[in-house]
Design a protein around this ligand. Structure first.
Ligand SMILES: [Zn+2]
Ligand SMILES: [Zn+2]
Length: 260
């Protein structure tokens, strides 16, 4: 099996300090590709450094909506430069987070739109972070939908109805270990409506280890196998076939260089 963790934060302290072992355990578990997602200028740079060092690691770069208030023109031009690197495969994570509200909504909306412009200029897919801001996120994407085509909603936490709205736009949906949690009926009902060719998997590590390893404090890409197994059962598809289909979807969506 050659699964790809489409959204992880390998540059965060808990993972990068032990990165060789993290990557090795992941490979042993059949998770052989990683998109490490930057959230601020420092992590964007570190993400590219990791991508340069390891085969199978790719980077996504952005300023997280939490940090929208810190973004200046300089931040954006630096982001554009970093995003031109050959192993940068997406702009993200960007979007709106009205749950934590760490930045003003107005700043978040503005910075989100700037990210969409960069994605358009560089012809890169976009990884969306959306919490308690579904309608506005869809509206801002609609304003750019002539130019930005490839979009994935990461860590999807919406309803089946919202999943259908996302799918109707031609966008993709990615699930974390949350889908394995006992109380995650809503997320499972959303997963049930996503066809395999629009579905992706992610750990979003170091956060949120999946069942049955939920107690593991630092989540890591090796645990993606539990999410894959869980969703393959939900979709009633043989795990090996499921892994193959999702890998093809992911490689195609992110146009992963050197990946088949
Ligand atoms: Zn996120
Ligand atoms: Zn994330």
């Amino acid at each position: 099996m050659e699964l790809i963790d489409t959204h992880c934060h390998l540059t965060f302290d808990d993972l990068i300090r032990d990165i060789d072992a993290v990557v090795e355990r992941s490979r042993q578990a059949g998770v052989t590709g990683w998109i490490t997602v930057g959230t601020d200028p420092e992590h964007n740079r570190k993400a590219i450094e990791l991508a340069e060092k390891f085969e199978g690691i790719y980077a996504a770069v952005a300023i997280h909506p939490h940090d929208a208030k810190t973004v200046t023109d300089k931040t954006l031009s630096e982001l554009r430069d970093l995003a031109s690197h050959t192993k940068v495969v997406a702009i993200g994570e960007t979007g709106l987070d009205y749950h934590y509200d760490f930045s003003l909504h107005e700043d978040q909306r503005k910075v989100f739109a700037e990210h969409l412009k960069i994605a358009d200029e560089l012809n890169l897919p976009v990884i969306i972070h959306c919490r308690k801001a579904f309608d506005e996120t869809i509206e801002i994407l609609r304003q750019h939908d002539k130019t930005v085509q490839k979009v994935v909603f990461h860590c999807f936490s919406g309803s089946a109805k919202q999943a259908k709205i996302v799918l109707d736009k031609g966008y993709y949906i990615s699930f974390t270990g949350v889908v394995t949690f006992k109380n995650a009926e809503k997320t499972r009902s959303a997963a049930a409506v996503v066809p395999l060719d629009k579905l992706m998997l992610e750990t979003d590590c170091p956060y949120m280890s999946p069942e049955p390893e939920r107690k593991q404090k630092v989540n890591e890409p090796a645990l993606l196998i539990h999410i894959a197994r869980f969703l393959s059962e939900l979709k009633q598809v043989d795990l090996a076939d499921f892994a193959k289909i999702l890998r093809a979807t992911t490689v195609d969506f992110f146009r992963l260089p050197g990946c088949k």
